[in-house]
Design a protein around this ligand. Structure first.
Ligand code: ITT
Length: 203
């Protein structure tokens, strides 16, 4: 059974491939399916955007497609950047480093709560599985942590270097990838999707 990984983000792609590696699925990348598809994320929620992406890729490829819409939610900022995490920072062609700098800039006027290692935050991930029949399944995962000002670590992508996990005393970018891929929001959403994928394999 083939499953299209409906993302253009290489960081996500590598993690999804690793997390699903033990399933007897042939994971197909957009480029391998001859697809160069930019889906405009017009939805106001992770769920809506994940469905938009999974359906668009499934229609274009004729394959079952799995999309991930995810983001970082910082309590002091009322849950920002949230669904806008990939587009945060008001600069054209912003990089992940620009977005981290912009987030820290926004946090400057908010004191770190007493006794905490940083600003409380969580990563959130919604996974949508779209079948060629048009059926859609959604799962979700979250991972709590703290935003810190000092970047640490080289692994991962996005906000990982400033996302601190007290139980490991490491940032998400310092954790070995196999550990991130056990505990992350993405890992949890994909674990929750396993029964759906098993059913796909059985059919
Ligand atoms: P696709 O839509 O092609 O999948 P994208 O990067 O545009 O790629 P999203 O709209 O879901 O995807 O944005 C997710 C953003 O949230 C991502 O670009 C990062 O900035 C952040 N993010 C999500 N998961 C993360 C993780 O595991 N570590 C660090 N940052 C993450």
């Amino acid at each position: 059974t083939s499953l299209l990984i409906a993302t253009n983000n290489p960081g996500k792609r590598i993690e999804i491939q690793a997390i699903l590696a033990d399933l007897p699925l042939t994971l197909v990348l957009p480029a391998e399916a001859g697809l160069n598809l930019e889906v405009e994320e017009t939805g106001g929620s992770y769920q809506e955007n994940a469905v938009l992406k999974a359906l668009a890729f499934s229609r274009a490829s004729g394959l079952p497609s799995l999309a991930d819409d995810s983001g970082l939610e910082v309590e002091a900022l009322g849950g920002e950047p949230g669904v806008r995490s990939a587009r945060y920072a008001p600069i054209p062609n912003a990089t992940d480093a620009d977005r981290r700098a912009y987030l820290l800039e926004r946090l400057r006027s908010h004191p770190i709560p007493d006794g905490m290692p940083g600003w409380p935050a969580r990563f959130r991930c919604v996974v949508a599985l779209a079948l060629p029949t048009g059926e859609i399944y959604l799962t979700e995962g979250t991972c709590p942590g703290y935003i810190i000002t000092q970047e640490r670590g080289q692994h991962g992508f996005g906000y990982d270097p400033i996302f601190y996990l007290p139980e490991y005393d490491q940032t998400m970018a310092e954790l070995p990838p196999e550990v991130k891929n056990r505990i992350s929001h993405r890992a949890r959403a994909l674990q929750a999707a396993r029964p759906l994928l098993q059913r796909l394999l059985g059919s």
